[in-house]
Design a protein around this ligand. Structure first.
Ligand code: FES
Length: 575
């Protein structure tokens, strides 16, 4: 190719200049021994790293980044690693979700403001995946996702322990007096025994599967354990591949089409994925300009079966899922249901990548016509209690409670819930519906994973482990129960949830997609007159910006001014 025909890469707006500014851009880079020929127009690849010791799930990402770099060098690219805000699900208060959009802005501006032609996203813990995908989608460069991989299965006294899921179970056992404090401590060391993210089909595993189903990673990305050598191989192969993607101008919007999101919704149903995926995919679609709605989740996914028997809906863990064949095997089982033309980062379609994928264990990945659970996708509910929708994950619920009418026991916020829940005088029985308000995007703020409220001890002592629960909160992807989530509009925004009172009758009918508050319109209007919005949580900084601009759950809880494609236009220099 003659020099005239060579494509002018984005990075050349920095490194290709002959003037004073070109000197500045190159010279400072040379301070660690970068040779001059690295600035000759070869693809410059950003490695967006969410390593942090405060994000235990991503603590092995330095190794992973090194592998990506080797791959980039091997393909003739120029890798440049950069850090972005990392969101540790277990550490970050009040909730990592409060900062998802902030981290996405860090990613977006870091990409746009720097001399990058393509990007590799290193993602693992729950919110690191959507925040990186959202930020990168806003820029729309050639981009490839590399997940950190799940931890090895937890092992405790001869049985398997799943992250999150078994914490909920064991903490209820301690509260019910069935497990000692010493045993509880011992289980801590047994649950998380290797690098990696939660190894149940929680939000991290779900989002890694979504990245793969969207076509944004190489096949097999979601399930390879973090400490398996093949995780390093995948990182290295991704480094090699991104260089070619830049040469082919395979930008994110060519992969993240409407078809890709439809496939992801279907795969989410088949893996029994987290309800958090609903919010994150809606937000990612919003950034890339794909018209995806809450209703699409029901229309595309609800009728589909769950094929994968993994905690929290089932019994196995991600290690088992990998050995059984992972996401490629699930996609092959889905067969005709998959949109076959959806393109992926390796240049082939999703179907071409997966059509011959073996399924090594049908106890873990069931056949489509012998599913683990039928009609298991996320159901979207409507009714006077949730005019803009609410969601429930039927595969994690008690079947008998999917149609239920009960008396509301109301908690005004999470503090009120903690105060009242253990009160032996709380007027509650197992037929009641627990209602939690003010835990939505604006109200908490940040939309807490508080929707799977603990049950009152007197109910637990009867051996009852599930009740219908309704809130504007989210739920950990590792949690389970008959839990209605993401009620929109949220209570803090004046949604009808704000008007529910103790003793009101609430009707849930998942088959009819109905969530109804049996209170007359006149009475609701009277209550609305008397309703006062809760005080704003904080009047400064990020939280102020967030509360003023966050959208409701049915729109993905993104900031209103971040929706829509913006691209990777090159900012002017400042020298
Ligand atoms: Fe990081 Fe679960 S805490 S994935």
């Amino acid at each position: 190719m003659s020099d005239k025909e060579k494509p002018v890469r984005r990075s050349q707006a920095w490194f290709g200049r002959l003037d004073r500014d070109g000197f500045i851009y190159r010279s400072w880079m040379k301070n660690r021994g970068i040779p001059h020929d690295q600035f000759d127009g070869r693809p410059v690849i950003g490695i967006c790293n969410t390593f942090s010791e405060l994000t235990p799930c991503n603590s092995h990402f330095r190794t992973l980044a090194e592998q990506v770099k080797i791959g980039v060098w091997e393909s003739g690219g120029f890798p440049l690693e950069f850090p972005v805000m990392s969101l540790g699900e277990t550490m970050l208060r009040p909730t990592a979700m409060l900062f998802r959009n902030l981290a996405s802005m860090d990613v977006e501006e870091s990409i746009r403001g720097n001399p990058l032609d393509g990007v590799v996203l290193l993602m693992g813990c729950d919110k690191t995946t959507p925040s990186l995908m959202m930020g990168a989608a806003s820029c729309d460069l050639p981009t490839i996702g590399v997940s950190g991989g799940p931890m090895l299965s937890g092992k405790f006294r001869g049985r398997e322990l799943g992250s999150g899921t078994d914490v909920w179970k064991m903490s209820e056992e301690v509260r019910a007096g069935q497990m000692s404090q010493e045993e509880f401590f011992e289980a801590e060391s047994c649950m998380h025994r290797s690098h990696g993210h939660c190894m149940t089909m929680g939000t991290a595993s779900t989002m890694a599967s979504m990245v793969e189903a969207l076509g944004m990673s190489l096949p097999g990305n979601a399930a390879i354990p973090a400490v398996d050598a093949r995780r390093n191989l995948l990182a290295r192969a991704s480094g090699r591949r991104i260089v070619q993607m830049v040469k082919d101008d395979l930008v994110m919007s060519k992969i993240l089409t409407r078809q890709a999101f439809e496939n992801a919704i279907r795969v989410n149903a088949a893996i029994g994925g987290s309800t958090n995926a609903v919010i994150h995919l809606l937000a990612i679609a919003g950034r890339i300009g794909v018209d995806l709605t809450l209703a699409d989740w029901d229309a595309l996914g609800h009728k589909l079966p769950c094929l994968v028997d993994l905690q929290p809906s089932g019994t196995h863990l991600m290690e088992d899922f990998y050995y059984a064949g992972g996401v490629p095997a699930v996609i092959r089982e889905l067969g005709d249901v998959i949109a076959r033309d959806a393109l992926t980062v390796n240049g082939q379609t999703l179907w071409d990548n997966c059509k011959d994928a073996p399924n090594w264990n049908r106890e873990v990945i069931h056949a489509f016509n012998e599913p683990f659970k039928t009609e298991a996708g996320i159901a979207v509910l409507r009714g006077n209690l949730c005019p803009d929708g609410a969601v429930i994950k039927p595969s994690a619920a008690t079947p008998a409670l999917l149609k239920h009418k009960g008396r509301a026991v109301v908690f005004e916020n999470s503090e009120h819930m903690h105060e009242r829940m253990d009160d032996e005088n709380l007027d509650v029985d197992e037929n009641c519906v627990l209602v939690l308000k003010n835990c939505g995007p604006r109200g908490y703020p940040g939309m807490a994973e508080a929707g799977n409220m603990p049950l009152p001890p007197k109910i637990l002592r009867k051996g009852i482990t599930d009740m219908v629960r309704v809130s504007d909160a989210r739920m950990s992807g590792t949690a389970y129960g008959t839990v209605v989530l993401h009620v929109a509009p949220e209570a803090a925004a004046g949604g009808p949830l704000a008007l529910v009172q103790d003793g009101d009758i609430i009707e849930l009918d998942v088959a009819a997609r109905k969530l109804h508050l049996h209170v007359s319109d006149e009475e609701l209007a009277r209550r609305r007159e008397a309703w006062q919005a809760p005080p704003a949580p904080m009047a400064r900084g990020w939280v102020k910006l967030y509360v003023e601009h966050v959208q409701q759950a049915n729109l993905g809880a993104d900031l209103d001014f971040l929706r829509g494609k913006s691209g990777a236009g090159i900012p002017k220099d400042n020298h």
